[in-house]
Design a protein around this ligand. Sequence first.
Ligand SMILES: Nc1ncnc2c1ncn2[C@@H]1O[C@H](COP(=O)(O)OP(=O)(O)OP(=O)(O)O)[C@@H](O)[C@H]1O
Ligand SMILES: [Mg+2]
Length: 225
Amino acid sequence: MSRDQYEELRAAFTASVSHELRTPLARLLTLLETAELPGADVSALLRHARTEVEEMTELVDDILFLSELEQGREVVALGETEAAPVLRAAVDECLERAERAGVRLELRIEDETLHLPLRRRMLRTIVENLLENTIRYAGEGATSTLSLRREDGALVLEASDDGAGVPEEDAPRLFERFFRSDRARTTRGSGLGLAIVKHVVETAGGHVEARGAKNRGLDVRCSFP
Ligand SMILES: Nc1ncnc2c1ncn2[C@@H]1O[C@H](COP(=O)(O)OP(=O)(O)OP(=O)(O)O)[C@@H](O)[C@H]1O
Ligand SMILES: [Mg+2]
């Protein structure tokens, strides 16, 4: 990448970050102004304001995490983690939320002894993002399978659901920062989850890929040679 291209990318990133931060701040300001009006339901507004602040904090955490990763400060690849217990714990933690969303979670582990070339926290980051997406976007009645297996000499960690999916042409773009497919724009989220997943996987020497089609579900596949 040339210096100009790099600078252009950086400028675009900074612009999207500012936009992402400004939106919740504007909403917060509106809430505060509304609270000053006579007869305002102050405690409801405060509750709402608290949610806004919590979401903004998450966004800032994600952005900081991503930029740490890019500067190589988080040594992603260092170490190896026995994957099965991490996957199982993450699925257990999500069961209740999945049930509320009407999504059935399945776990398929081919070999309990498989290790992935990642530190535990990084593996957890990947799995949590994939599960969270499935629960948020697959839609009621979907089944989502998290699987770990060996395939042609590579280790494959995959989250695959038969839910709402995304238009086929969007699939390769899901790993871009702040990219969100149409349907998702009505829900909360910043479009950073899969960018983080991609960065972690690639820093660990792996490769990510998304395949899907509208109403035919989504497969997100992370492979480690
Ligand atoms: N399982 C899925 N089914 C359908 N669409 C999905 C699924 N997973 C991801 N997507 C689409 O990919 C987009 C990008 O996902 P990503 O995790 O990067 O961001 P997000 O979930 O929108 O926000 P964040 O993860 O930062 O809270 C989502 O907005 C959604 O449109
Ligand atoms: Mg997400």
